[in-house]
Unconditional design. Structure first.
Length: 462
């Protein structure tokens, strides 16, 4: 049996493509128009409709809900947020602590809504385990662990080699850091359950309706225009396809593989009984989960960026990327060298120029947006959606400022990416530097981070 490549993602291979919802039938009006039917857009519609049931909310989706990153990600519901350290520099340590605390509670919030709405997304709260496989990775791991504690995560645990192996038997792991603020889930089951919940509340969802341009009070599509006082851009890695947004967020590629189901004996050799989500401290890092049906789904960077901010064709990825991800799998678990790879796929995530996730509402135009999650969007999208809800309620006079509207990522301004070919050259050079640094660190005995990686991080603004 050969590896299935593309087909959106393995998660859709399991669930099947959803029955299509009707496209926009023509010009119409709404109180709020949400552009994008992924996690950010659907959560925003959900919370707004729950808060103000009489609101007329329309969601416009180019393909179908969950076609983008929401249906292709690694299923990590965890408390990481892009840009926290930068926000600490700009707004002070305590402001960043409040942002981190909000992310910690967001994991519970998503799981609670799943329970309330009876969404079975194969969720299992096993936390997040991040491992180190070399002296330099271990030094970064210890610094990372100390930094997380400094931002208030006092329930995080640091493990040595033996304790790490008791959780997951990663070959050569010399240490790890574990946080309880994480859960494994099935991304498509979550997004489809959320779309159903939103429709049940009375939100109108139009699929197969690409928005070509967003203007104040207008979302323009080939089928008509939606006019609304508030138009919210929730398009993450596909933002570059909108008129005037080519350089706003860079669509960074990430790819994944899913193995065949492992046998009981294979799982016994791997461990992983806690079903933690699993990551590492490499510069070109990996991420993985133990799926509900007994597979390993593992991802990382393949070809990091396509010239001109282009996106993939229904999730297909390159053969060399599939092989590179298999090599990571076997490096972590040599006993699985003969395991079949059943599926491979890719998708794009949104990367701002300063690598900081943001939530914004322009009160002068009614335009809002959220995203730039840099791969940490499963939970962050929920916090962003609740923040957009509060910003709109505040702007419309229905409520005052809240704890969420005071978070430091609100209304953060980011400069645009460089024009081509500079951004293509920059991204290719950055990831070549990271991969080279990972190879040198793996081969060496120094606890120092590779200097090339340090320079690449500094130049990229990462």
């Amino acid at each position: 049996m050969s590896t299935v490549n593309g087909g959106i993602s393995f998660w859709y291979a399991q669930e099947g493509a959803p029955a299509p919802r009707e496209p926009l039938p023509g010009d119409t009006t709404a109180d709020v128009c949400v552009v994008g039917g992924g996690y950010t857009g659907l959560w925003t519609a959900y919370y707004l409709k729950k808060a103000v049931p009489f609101l007329n909310i329309t969601v416009l989706e180019a393909k179908f809900c969950g076609y983008g990153a929401s249906g292709r990600n690694g299923g990590w519901l965890y408390n990481g947020i892009a840009g926290r350290d930068r926000y600490a520099q700009l707004h002070g340590h305590e402001a960043a602590v409040r942002l981190q605390q909000a992310m910690n509670t967001t994991v519970t919030e998503v799981l609670d809504v799943c329970a309330t709405e009876k969404i079975d997304a194969d969720q299992h709260r096993g936390g997040v385990l991040e491992v180190a496989l070399s002296p330099s990775q271990l030094a970064r791991l210890k610094a990372f662990h100390a930094a997380e504690a400094a931002f208030g995560e006092t329930d995080r645990e640091l493990y040595g080699a033996r304790e790490t192996a008791e959780r997951v038997r990663v070959a050569g792991a010399v240490g790890s850091s574990w946080t309880p603020h994480g859960a494994r889930l099935h991304p498509v089951k979550l997004v489809q359950g959320l779309a159903d919940a939103v429709e049940a509340l009375g939100v109108t969802v139009h699929e197969s309706t690409p928005v070509t341009e967003i203007r104040p009070k207008h979302a323009i599509t080939p089928y008509g225009t939606v006019r609304a006082p508030y138009v919210l851009r929730c398009t993450e890695g596909f933002t570059a396809s909108l008129a005037g947004q080519r350089r706003t967020w860079l669509p960074m590629n990430s790819s994944m593989i899913a193995t065949e189901p492992l046998t009981e004996a294979q799982w016994e050799s791997v461990g992983w009984n806690g079903r933690e989500t699993l990551g590492d401290m490499a510069h070109a890092y990996m991420y993985a989960q133990r799926t509900a049906d007994g597979r390993i789904a593992l991802g990382g960077r393949g070809v990091p960026y396509r010239f001109g901010s282009k996106t993939d064709n229904d999730g297909r990825t390159q053969p060399q990327t599939i092989e590179a991800l298999r090599e990571i799998l076997v490096r972590f678990f040599p006993q699985l060298a003969g395991v079949r790879i059943d599926h491979a796929w890719s998708g794009v995530l949104g990367v701002p120029r300063d690598w900081c996730a943001t939530v914004t509402l322009d009160r002068s135009t009614g335009l809002g947006w959220a995203g730039g999650y840099v791969g940490s969007g499963v939970a962050t999208a929920n916090l962003a959606a609740r923040t957009l809800r509060d910003l709109i309620q505040q702007d419309s006079g229905q409520s005052g400022p809240t704890d969420l509207t005071a978070l430091p990522w609100v209304n953060h301004k980011v400069r645009k990416w460089e024009p081509e070919p500079l951004r293509w050259l920059g991204v290719q050079t950055m990831y070549a530097a990271f991969r080279g640094a990972d190879r040198r660190e793996a081969a060496g005995r120094s606890a120092e981070t590779d200097r090339v990686a340090v320079l690449a991080n500094r130049l990229s603004g990462r």
